[in-house]
Design a protein around this ligand. Sequence first.
Ligand code: TRP
Length: 332
Amino acid sequence: MAQRVFSGVQPTADSIHIGNYLGAVKGMLRLQEECECIYSVVDYHAITVPYEPARLPGRVLSVATDYLAAGLDPNKSALMVQSDVPEHVELAWLLGVAVPVAKLRQLPTYKDKRARTGNTNVGLLCYPLLMAADILIYKAELVPVGRDQLPHIEITREIARLFNNTFGETFPEPQGRVNAAAVVPGLDGGGAMSKSVPGSFIALSDPPEEIRQKLSRAVTDPARQRRRDPGEPARCNIYTIHGFYTPEATCQALAQGCRAGEIGCLECKRTLADEMIADLAPLQARRAELLAHPDTVRDVLREGARRVRPLAQVTVAEVRAKMGLVGVARTT
Ligand code: TRP
């Protein structure tokens, strides 16, 4: 039987950026050829940090639209909204009884978010329980994620073990899979492209003019003040991004021109903008088409939940039975 894959994306922004796309989404979509994939827009997770309720539905729809535009094929993979399968929450509660509080408190993701947002809500602490439930409820074996999520996969494996030891063999231990290929640097000259750093990212939805503008403001090799100054492509984020979009021969010519002080940063950025805009064009055309027919996206999400919810219900029934929650008052 094909391996089952689960992954979740948070609807925390209106569109995913090219860093998410190249670093994670492409790898996730490649798996749909050989595995049975379930991909979820995890809205229950997104509400653990401050957010605007009125904007959440639009964001859920928009992220789902991005996935479809990027090539998620609803005939091969299920795409669903987490809160359409509320069994995830029930399983998180059930798993929670087997997990010591200290395990959740010591997670770096919890400490970071707490420090950054000043948030101390119970939901944030229990975030990994819900993530474990997302994965275990489908008995998924493979979980494509970003590197920062590996501690969550580790704790999911521990939770599976703890549960199996306490209540009997139930869950396989899932493997995390990091797509090593791509870390896309931000345009701000700092680290990886990030949606929490404005000006560092290019969204999949950015129109050509915005792409040009963002690139024109991007930080390059600090040694190049003037066009004549020789540069070092290895120090330049823009050059790294060229690697994802621009043909090898052009990259080499740009590198040579940069080192010799013959090609200016603006020209180099213009070439990148042209390549990027051309590369994103088909995706953006599909995105525009889907945005014009949001009901198509809603149908995909509804069908996704309809398909996977019975799987979740079977697992929850199994877990309930193992834990002695047998529905004494139920007649059937
Ligand atoms: N925590 C993940 C992130 O922020 C999102 C997520 C939620 C997830 N549940 C999941 C990822 C289950 C993989 C599997 O990126």
